[in-house]
Design a protein around this ligand. Structure first.
Ligand code: FMN
Length: 246
């Protein structure tokens, strides 16, 4: 199996999303998969201009030449694409959304009805048939991920694939105060990666364990309190510096 992880965090390899992605990559590798990770924040990828040259003039090829050419070549060669994004304003980051929109260059303008009766465009080139989502968000409530999960599931189907698992770990604000709380989840996500590489799926027990948040809402509030104290001190220091400069 060949997999590509496309990370849309503005913090790239330094974020919590990257830690989740690295754990998954380790597990996939352990299971015998070939894995590449691309960080959208480090790439030069312009938004889709909706010129539709890809659909009407040069089937399968975007009119823009930038790092999306590299992303497309990875997508064309992979069996699994892992969309990795923090929740930004209730959904995927703008960095990742740009990549997703640009994938439209793989679609033909023609229409067909799929097995469920939904209208789709046929593809010119094959997108990975297996799709996964990795995400984190500041707040502790798993419901925060609902819009992003819906987007990734629909998008997978629109591109002729299927979302086989979502690993969404809430409470990154507290995780950053005490990174050790994430360790059990990182081990579970690595295990899930190994299962995907070996069996093409995540075992239900592993998925259920990953879905349990890493701490209770009460523990989150305790750690978040420490974060708020840290923020107050930082703001006070910055205000003091400004006052001295004036
Ligand atoms: C522009 C922006 C919007 C955000 N919107 C949300 C949000 O709607 N809900 C939430 O729980 N966290 C939100 N966050 C927090 C991020 O999801 C959180 O900081 C996450 O850890 C960032 O991922 P990273 O560590 O990989 O950078 C937002 C952060 C940014 C920068």
């Amino acid at each position: 199996m060949r997999a590509v992880i496309i990370n849309g965090s503005a913090r790239g390899a330094k974020g919590v999303t990257a830690k989740l992605g690295q754990a998954l990559a380790q597990g996939l590798l352990r299971g015998g998969a070939q894995v590449d990770t691309l960080y959208a924040a480090d790439m030069d990828i312009a938004p889709c201009t909706a010129c539709l040259s890809c659909m009407h003039l040069h089937p399968g090829r975007c009119a823009q030449r930038d790092d999306m050419d590299l992303v497309v070549s990875f997508l064309q060669q992979s069996d699994l694409v892992v969309w990795a994004s923090p929740v930004y304003t209730d959904t995927v980051s703008a960095q990742l959304k740009v990549v997703m929109d640009r994938c439209v260059c793989g679609m033909q303008p023609f229409l067909f009805s799929d097995a469920t009766g939904m209208t789709r465009h046929p593809m010119v080139w094959r997108m990975p048939s297996k799709v996964m989502l990795i995400s984190t968000c500041s707040f502790p409530e798993p419901v925060v991920f609902a819009p992003m999960i819906a987007t990734i599931r629909d998008m997978a189907e629109n591109f002729g694939g299927r979302c086989i698992a979502e690993f969404c770990v809430p409470g990154s604000l507290a995780i950053q105060m005490e990174p050790a709380v994430l360790e059990p989840h990182l081990a579970l996500i690595a295990q899930a990666g190994e299962e995907v590489a070996r069996e093409g799926r995540v075992r239900p027990g592993t998925l259920a364990a990953i879905k349990r948040p890493p701490f209770s809402v009460d523990r989150f509030r305790e750690l978040a309190g420490r974060y708020e104290d840290w923020c107050r001190k930082r703001q006070a220091k910055a205000a003091e510096k400004r006052a001295k400069q004036n």
